[in-house]
Write a protein that binds this ligand. Structure first.
Ligand code: ZN
Length: 487
């Protein structure tokens, strides 16, 4: 496939405007928008600036935030924006980590926060139909009365919206058991850049009729369409839960333990989280969290099982851990005896405040690679970092069962960002790893995208973008640079 390289003149209008940086919104467009929504549906000035800007962003630069209440309004708004080549950035709960929702002066931000109805729950089929603006935790709470769960779970649960979870293909701590957001979505309704509504509201687990169009929008970070409604797959509420923290002297033990526990728990393993000594020590330092185990081991793991019979499952869980100790995979283990114990263990994993405080300037990474290569990779990144910044701080944690590591680094000065990033991303190429396991690309990782995607893959992505959004109005400049063409 031949590479295409677009010149600035050939760029779609919105992409050229986005590239130019500043362009004020057309006053005619603004008054047309005003006629489409009610008074609360259009925010300007201080009402825009005073809103939460999102992670790694100082403020919302967009000229206007439009807040529709129906899919018909979303369709009309996009058709209008397409006519005016007006850049549109969809904003959800603003809890993403890659600046995929960042706006520039002249942009229109589209918020679906008023489209927040759980429309129906089908108990026999175990599905829910929700509007895109429903907050994840709201759905989780709503389902309790039915004995069902929506298994996606992550730190931002209280603010992130299901439309955003789908647009970013969110992950979290239960992926090892239930999969990422992509696996929880059965059907989607989305609005294309020109206002056409794609209704793909499938309710079945099996539907093999040609291309699975919903997958186009899942993980597209608002660049291919605006997700307005979802059919979600629900699961049975587990009624038993067991949690332990273990420690080990080598990564090899952790890798063997993962296989052992998954086998011994007969499908109940629901989380397997790694914490290295650096991370564990930061969070269990004096005055912080109570350490359940001494902090002298190189690796720690949190293991969780979810099942249906507390007494039986607790015995199976304890037996599996004992066997792990016998087989030399675990140096020591603590099993939580109460909800408070469990929360105490999880807090050590989920609290990022102390590491952000201690590691300055703070950089956070989210990468994936095969579990068997992780130890070598961790050594390589640490060596590269210390080669340049001998005093640099680094800690590894993450969803090791999914091949996903999060890396916290405190090194150098802010202008060194690209060199720090190179220490983390460049070694991934040799393992076929990914520069983004679950956070997406946004603006933050665009520079490193080619490490994980071949020229032909990127070329297909460019073609898809051109097909679905020919004027380039949807989230311009995120994920792909249209100006680059496909190298
Ligand atoms: Zn994560």
């Amino acid at each position: 496939m031949k590479a295409t390289h677009l010149t600035t003149e050939q760029l779609p209008d919105a992409a050229r405007r986005a590239g130019a940086g500043h362009a004020e919104m057309d006053p005619q467009l603004l008054s047309a928008l005003r006629s489409l929504v009610d008074e609360a549906g259009l925010l300007l000035g201080e009402d825009v600036r005073s809103r939460h800007p999102g992670v790694f962003m100082s403020r919302i630069e967009a000229d206007v935030i439009v807040r529709p209440t129906t899919v018909e309004q979303v369709s009309q708004i996009l058709a209008l924006c397409n006519e005016y080549a007006q850049p549109v950035v969809v904003q959800g709960g603003m809890s993403g980590w890659v600046r995929a929702t960042q706006t520039r002066p002249g942009d229109l931000a589209l918020s679906l926060e008023r489209m927040n109805q759980i429309e129906s729950v089908d108990l026999a089929n175990r599905t829910a139909v929700v509007q895109a603006g429903v907050v994840l935790e709201t759905l989780q709470d709503h389902l309790q009365q039915f004995g069902l769960i929506f298994p996606l779970d992550l730190g931002g649960r209280g603010s992130c919206q299901l439309g955003g979870n789908a647009a970013t293909n969110a992950g979290g701590v239960r992926v090892i058991r239930y999969g990422m957001m992509r696996e929880q979505v059965l059907g989607i309704e989305a609005v294309l850049a020109d206002g056409r509504v794609v209704s793909s509201l499938n309710h079945m687990i099996k539907n093999n009729t040609g291309y699975d169009l919903k997958q186009l929008f899942i993980g597209s970070e608002g660049t291919l369409g605006v997700i307005t409604r979802l059919v979600l797959r629900l699961r049975e509420q587990p009624s038993s839960s067991n949690t332990a923290m273990v420690c080990a002297s080598s990564f090899d033990q952790i890798a063997r333990l993962l296989r052992h526990m998954d086998g011994a728990l007969g499908g109940q393993l629901s989380a397997f989280e790694l914490l290295d000594n650096n991370f564990y020590s930061v969070n269990t330092a004096a005055g912080r969290h109570q350490p359940p185990l001494p902090s002298d081991k190189p690796f720690y793991a949190i293991i969780e099982s979810l099942g249906s019979d507390q007494q039986h499952d607790a015995e199976m869980f304890a037996r599996a851990l004992e066997k792990g100790i016998e087989l030399g995979m675990i140096d020591d283990a603590v099993i939580a005896q109460s909800e408070r114990d469990k929360q105490g263990i999880w807090n050590i994993r989920e609290d990022l405040e102390h590491v952000v405080h201690d590691f300055q300037p703070f950089y956070a990474f989210d990468i994936s690679l095969p579990v068997g290569d992780m130890e070598e990779y961790m050594q390589l990144v640490t060596e590269r970092l210390h080669g340049q910044w001998p005093e640099g701080l680094i800690a590894f944690l993450g969803h090791v069962g999914d091949g996903n590591l999060h890396i916290a680094i405190g090194a150098g000065q802010e202008p060194d960002r690209e060199q720090v990033e190179a220490c983390v991303y460049e070694p991934l190429a040799q393992y076929g790893g990914s520069v983004s396991a679950e956070h997406g690309i946004g603006l933050e990782k665009k520079r490193w995208f080619p490490i994980s995607r071949t020229p032909i893959e990127r070329s297909i992505m460019h073609s898809m973008k051109a097909m679905l959004d020919p004027k380039g109005i949807l989230n311009p400049g995120k994920v792909l640079d249209l100006s680059e063409g496909a190298a």
